[in-house]
Design a protein around this ligand. Structure first.
Ligand SMILES: Cc1ncc(COP(=O)(O)O)c(C=O)c1O
Length: 442
């Protein structure tokens, strides 16, 4: 159903779109007006298959009735409660449900409103934790090249996506980076975890030798780097990282904003890989993307280190007006219930082999130089056009949308992450449209 004339925005000038080529967009706007399960409907009346779960967040598909109803009910009873020195029952309920899904040893939840805020919160908690234990000199933060940790100053400082950092001044000081794990000359077209590259974890030992372990507060990494184009950790890499962090008392933060809530076929990547970090940052799938919400999950050791001193005093001077917002909590509780009742994490795990076959069937097509996959996520990397990086994949994005498929592109990588409710036929449709797109792409 095409958009009613009255619904069409009369002027596109005021809105400055995030992470968007604004001038291109406004010449030819792509507007979504409704959604249901695996599909969006565009303003010109086309059904668009969602190959990206929105922005890696609508794991239960769109307009999931349980979540919609929970939000409606909540907003009618308690709209907002102050987050500081006050709370409401759902914050506790949701924290407990999240902890039920987290690896053993992760016992506490600090609410935020986005992945970026989760990252800032985790970095601050890491530094404050060491100080609370009498190691106030541990202030250095380590990230990884090609990492994405949101867009705030802490996140872009530890992050490693160059365009997200380079025009923003000097960023945080006392930050360093290990190398990414992308080794296409050895690992191109790997299925699941690549064989080569575990030794890149030893970069952390080099930084420890350079700076001294006793100056380093935390290492933050995405277990699977998502936004940079799905970089799957080589076999043994995360285990080695975990071991080095433990050996040197460096907190390990897994940024699971994308991996969390089923993307790999388990609740968290930490469980998938059988590793317990000290903190997990999450957002997106926590509410199925419907209401902004994020969280930092921590061990008791971290939490308890703050619980000292006179009891009337605030232990952590940090928080947001909307931390644990009642409507977001209701959405979160309903999302987690939907994942459980509908068995969506298990579903993602059982679809993963089919997904792997399907995505690797694109090998040999026009411009394809690498394909990567794990769980229900994957990437198809295209050779860039000479002197015009990103343009070929952007054209693929535009053409796919025209043909009724939403994909995500980052540089010359097509990233895919369908809702976990996808049927095999949806997966087939994704790759048949992409085949057509690549066949016609110069
Ligand atoms: C790993 C990771 N961390 C942080 C973020 C930032 O999340 P948000 O956009 O909700 O601030 C993202 C977003 O994609 C992410 O993938």
């Amino acid at each position: 159903m095409p958009l009613d004339q009255n619904q069409w925005p009369n002027d596109l000038r005021a809105f400055w779109l995030p992470f968007t080529a604004n001038r291109q967009f406004k010449k030819s706007p792509r507007l979504l007006v409704s959604a249901n399960r695996m599909h969006y409907q565009s303003s010109d009346g086309r059904h668009v298959l969602d190959g990206t779960a929105g922005l890696w967040c609508c794991n239960a598909g769109h307009n999931s009735p349980r979540i919609v109803e929970a939000i409606q009910k909540q907003v009618e009873s308690l709209d907002y409660a102050p987050a500081f020195q006050m709370s409401h029952p759902r914050t506790f309920e949701l924290s407990n449900r999240i902890i039920d899904l987290a690896p053993q040893g992760i016992d506490h939840v600090f609410f935020t409103n986005s992945g970026s805020e989760s990252v800032e919160s985790a970095l601050k908690i890491a530094i404050a934790y060491h100080r609370a234990r009498g190691e106030g000199q541990r202030t250095r933060l380590i990230g990884r090249e090609r990492g994405y940790h949101g867009v705030n100053f802490g996140g872009i400082s530890v992050g490693g996506m160059v365009n997200n950092r380079r025009v923003y001044g000097s960023l945080l000081n006392g930050v360093d980076h290990i190398r990414d794990t992308h080794i296409p000359e050895k690992n191109a077209f790997s299925r699941g975890q690549p064989k080569h590259g575990a030794e890149r974890a030893d970069d952390l030992e080099r930084l420890i030798a350079l700076h001294g372990a006793d100056t380093i507060a935390a290492l933050i990494i995405e277990p699977v780097a998502g936004s940079t184009g799905v970089l799957v950790p080589p076999i043994g890499y995360l285990e080695r990282i975990h071991e080095i962090c433990s050996k040197h008392g460096i907190l390990l933060i897994f940024d699971e904003v994308i991996c969390g809530f089923g993307r790999l076929g388990d609740s968290f990547a930490a469980n998938y890989f059988g590793l317990t970090p000290d903190m997990i940052t999450c957002a997106k799938g926590l509410t199925n993307g419907i209401i902004p919400m994020g969280a930092v999950l921590t061990s008791s050791e971290i939490h308890d280190a703050f619980m000292t001193g006179p009891e009337h005093l605030i232990e952590l001077f940090h928080g947001y007006t909307y931390s644990g917002n009642p409507v977001a909590c209701a959405a979160g509780l309903a999302a987690l219930e939907t994942y459980r009742v509908d068995g969506l994490f298990e579903r993602a795990a059982s679809l993963a082999p089919y997904w792997e076959e399907a995505i690797h069937s694109m090998k040999g097509m026009n411009h394809v130089i690498d394909i990567r996959n794990i769980g229900l996520m994957g990437a198809i990397e295209l050779a860039p056009r000479d002197g015009l990086p990103s343009q070929r994949a952007f054209d693929a994005f535009l053409q796919a949308f025209e043909k009724g498929l939403l994909i995500r592109v980052t540089a010359d990588v097509i990233a895919l992450s369908p809702p976990l409710i996808a049927e095999k036929e949806d997966i087939d449709t994704i790759f048949s449209i992409l085949t057509e797109v690549l066949q016609g792409l110069d």
